[in-house]
Design a protein around this ligand. Structure first.
Ligand code: NAD
Ligand code: MG
Length: 394
């Protein structure tokens, strides 16, 4: 088999490190031609990865980190670059498989560029799909590129759909752990701190997605992701709280059967599935002992406790630029919560208010999707969110 050319965006993050781990276990530089790796401020780690995998290029997202990256790579032969334009240039370099594991809206432009070059995109960066799903999938269709889901729920749905007819799908159920506060009394949520929201009951992830799990904005984004990836009507998509997080998603068919994907809490399963697709390769994940686990439990995903779910449902119904406004409003609200400018439950108030205000301009929100306009709506939504945050502080 020909050696595959691989690029990993966000290599130093939680998904990125798991991807590097799998690439290394599957032979590293002996098996793959690593084209580019990208990271943020942790240039020491980025340089280590790039040297170990003999990458052609290492890119830090931040210009002020370039000198440190160059120093860390001195004598290695790995090229160093920095900034948004360098990320996009890296995405345009010929590759067979690109992992998109940047956190946030910043992942959109490199992912889109990769698809425009016909490259298979393993997509962990859910924000880009929420903000601009039709744009990404439209680019993939136009350029004959594939998007492979990496978010565990969507990888699970993807796997439960193998060999099935989409016309026979009646419902898709994605599960939620319930996050840090699933057992808290609702009235205590308003006082939850960023530290409390940053600890996940079942596993370790980047800080932003961990807080999004506590607020259920993560699940809200995943509802929208489900609609975009699989083209499923919003009315057929459900969220279900499953504290053990062993079933990642289920697909219900018109004959009443439900195909559930069961697996350990280890993102290397979903990453490995996308890396080796359409084959199933042996992966270094725990084998579940179900007799020892004993039971799995389920609870309804309550929209009073987690208004993010209700807002996401409205966004799915609205379509157009609502996803871009939702994502930007959510990112800005999360920044404000982290900066202690607003409380935990005010994040959903901010997002709902941003959507309300932007929806007033129906001409803007319903028009055809373009990258330029997505960037514009993203910008407007962040400005609006900042205004709303200020008003809440008074
Ligand atoms: P993380 O914070 O651990 O890592 C993010 C990566 O992006 C790092 O390499 C960082 O240096 C880089 N980065 C940060 N800001 C950047 C910017 N402005 N421009 C370019 N690069 C930047 O995040 P993570 O938990 O690995 O999540 C990555 C993506 O995968 C997110 O979209 C997240 O929602 C999604 N995801 C994560 C998990 C998980 O288990 N961690 C599961 C499903 C989906
Ligand atoms: Mg997920």
């Amino acid at each position: 088999m020909q050696r595959r050319r691989i690029t990993v965006f966000g290599a130093t993050g939680s998904i990125g490190e798991n991807t590097i781990d799998l690439l290394t276990r599957q032979g590293g530089a002996d098996s793959y031609d690593v084209v580019a790796l990208s990271g943020g401020r942790n240039v020491k780690r980025l340089a280590e990865q790039a040297i170990a995998l003999k990458a052609d290029l290492a890119v830090t997202a931040f210009d002020d980190c370039l000198d440190d990256l160059r120093a860390a790579l001195a004598g290695s032969g790995v090229e160093a670059a920095a900034g948004q334009a360098a990320l996009i240039e890296a995405a345009a370099r010929p590759a067979d498989w690109i992992m998109s594991a940047i956190v946030g809206f910043a992942g959109l432009a490199p992912g889109l560029k990769a698809l425009e070059h016909g490259t298979t995109l393993a997509l962990a960066n859910k924000e880009s799909l929420v903000a601009a799903g039709p744009l990404l999938l439209g680019a993939a269709a136009k350029h004959g590129a594939r998007v492979l889901p990496v978010d565990s729920e969507h990888s699970a749905v993807f796997q439960a759909l193998v060999g099935e007819d989409m016309a026979a799908v009646e419902r898709v159920i994605i599960t939620a752990s319930g996050g840090a506060f699933r057992d808290w009394p609702i009235e205590d949520l308003a006082r939850a701190t960023p530290e409390q929201a940053s600890s996940h009951p079942n596993w370790a992830m980047g800080q932003r997605i961990t807080i999004d799990s506590a607020s259920m904005f993560n699940k809200g984004m995943e509802l929208i992701e489900t609609k975009e990836y699989f083209g499923i009507a919003p009315s057929k998509i459900e969220a279900l709280v499953h504290p053990e997080s062993l079933i990642h998603a289920m697909v219900g068919y018109r004959d009443g059967a439900i195909m559930a994907h069961v697996g350990p809490h280890d993102m290397r399963h979903a990453i490995g599935y996308a890396l080796n697709w359409p084959e199933r390769a042996a992966l270094p994940v725990e084998r579940l002992d179900l007799a020892k686990i004993g039971q799995m439990t389920f609870r309804p995903a309550c929209e009073t406790r987690w208004p993010a779910l209700r807002i996401a449902r409205e966004v799915m119904e609205a379509g157009g630029y609502a996803g871009a406004a939702f994502n930007a409003g959510k990112e800005a609200a999360l920044d404000a919560f982290l900066a202690r400018e607003i409380g935990f439950t005010q994040m959903s108030d901010v997002v709902a208010a941003v959507l309300d205000r932007l929806s007033a301009d129906a001409g803007l929100m319903k028009s055809d999707l373009s990258l330029e306009k997505v960037l514009h709506v993203d910008h407007l939504a962040r400005e609006e969110a900042a205004r709303i945050v200020r008003s809440l502080q008074h």
